[in-house]
Design a protein around this ligand. Structure first.
Ligand SMILES: C[S@@+](CC[C@H](N)C(=O)[O-])C[C@H]1O[C@@H](n2cnc3c(N)ncnc32)[C@H](O)[C@@H]1O
Length: 406
């Protein structure tokens, strides 16, 4: 079988698993506290060593992996922060590091992708599916790599996600689609056809109503809806979009929801090891899936945590090899607590705070976040008061400023 070769290609040695350090258990808005054990998990760090560490517990167990890595664009993507989440040209101080998509060569990029795809293959269950999201920069190379790792016969779809958007292009057609390569671990894969059916176009319904033989003898079940084509239109998360977090290259919830519903089951395990702003774990948690999510960027993991907290999902664990709160010392926080009323007041509020949370029974080791306050998107104001679900015995506060040097 033809295969892809590059200058440094070798069968990757298994990366040393990283030590997964539990930083906190988060009970979004107190949900599940104190009985519920967190099942889902969010990881800060390079996904190569994280996936290697997860093999022991999860090899052959995941229903679905959605992977949205850097696309080989050779660009630097900034995040918009503070009140500037939806601005087109935010003031300098409203920009922060997002992530880099810089490579010395195509070889270097393939060297990055190859061992990670191999680990994803190992983590998938026998009925599991990978969706690899890329665009014209690297998708043709990745397709050949996936043929090699998953087997050509396990290719299922090349999904084209089409969208609109402004562009300065003048000497080519405007590039407005991404490619999502879908491969399964084996032939008996999970695919929930009925969960992703779509209503037929009104004109199709009308045609069949007037001429039942319009489909060359095949009459579609108009009430049940159709199986979607392999090209999908969803609007991008644009400025002023209600989902917008300011994290770069954020994907629309509706797009990832279709993938999730098609290829996983309620209660099953799904993963996204390039989670960025956290769109996939958010959609997964909303639909009752257990997730493993991670990113190498501090801001990505913080944004994901904040979105999950706001959505009020089931408790999840946060693993990180560095502090998730602020670089260096945590900002010193003072507060008042009203015992009978279980209320905590942040005092005095820090300027430009993005997030703060409280453990009401701090044991000196593991932070249990039980009440959280977050700055609403596009707003300078964060609540300075929180109500705890239980009487506090030993309060500890942690906070994240808008501009953490991460
Ligand atoms: C295209 S973005 C993901 C966007 C995401 N799907 C969303 O909806 O917001 C790619 C992400 O991969 C992350 N990343 C790049 N290299 C990584 C690595 N080695 N380990 C973990 N994450 C990595 C970047 O920090 C970035 O957030």
């Amino acid at each position: 079988m033809p295969s892809l070769v590059w200058s440094t290609k070798a069968l990757p040695k298994l990366q040393q698993p990283t030590e997964l350090t539990l930083q906190a258990v988060i009970y979004p808005q107190g949900i599940g506290y104190p009985e519920a054990q967190p099942e889902s998990a969010l990881y800060l760090g390079d996904n190569l060593s994280i996936m290697a560490a997860l093999l022991e517990q999860f090899e052959g167990r995941l229903d679905l992996i959605y992977a949205d890595p850097p696309f080989f664009t050779n660009r630097q993507y900034a995040a918009r922060i503070g009140r500037g989440e939806d601005s087109r040209r935010p003031a300098e101080w409203q920009l922060a590091e997002g992530y880099a998509d810089h490579w010395d060569s195509l070889d270097a990029y393939l060297e990055f992708l190859y061992p990670r795809l191999i680990l994803m293959h190992r983590l998938l269950a026998p009925h599991g599916t990978l969706y690899l999201h890329l665009d014209w920069h690297a998708n043709s190379y990745a397709r050949i790599l996936l043929d090699e790792i998953f087997g050509r016969k396990n290719f299922v779809n090349e999904i084209i996600w089409v969208y609109h958007g402004p562009s300065a292009i003048r000497r080519a057609f405007n590039r407005k689609h991404d490619t999502i390569l879908m491969y399964t671990k084996g032939p008996d894969y999970l695919f929930n056809t009925d969960a992703v059916r779509q209503a037929y176009d009104p004109s199709t319904i009308k045609t069949f109503a007037s001429s039942p033989r319009a489909g060359f003898g095949k009459v579609p079940d108009l009430a049940r809806g159709k199986v979607p084509e392999d090209w999908w239109y969803f609007p991008v998360v644009a400025r002023l979009h209600r989902e917008r977090t300011g994290y770069p290259t954020q994907k629309p919830e509706a797009l990832l929801e279709r993938i999730l519903l098609a290829s996983s089951s309620p209660g099953g395990w799904v993963a996204d090891f390039f989670c960025g702003s956290g769109t996939f774990p958010l959609v997964a948690a909303r639909h009752g899936r257990r997730f493993l999510a991670g990113d190498a960027s501090w801001r990505a993991v913080h944004t994901t945590r904040r979105r999950l907290v706001e959505a009020g999902v089931r408790p999840f664990a946060l693993y990180a090899s560095r502090a998730m709160y602020a670089s260096g010392e945590s900002p010193s926080l003072t507060y008042d607590y009203l015992p009978g009323e279980k209320r905590v007041f942040l005092h005095p509020p820090l300027p430009e705070l993005d997030y703060w949370e409280v453990d009401p029974a701090w044991d000196g080791r593991l932070f249990r976040s039980v009440a959280q306050a977050w700055r609403p998107w596009r707003s300078p104001q964060i609540p300075t008061e929180l109500t705890l679900p239980v009487e506090a015995t030993n309060i500890r506060l942690q906070a994240v400023p808008v501009r953490d040097a991460s």
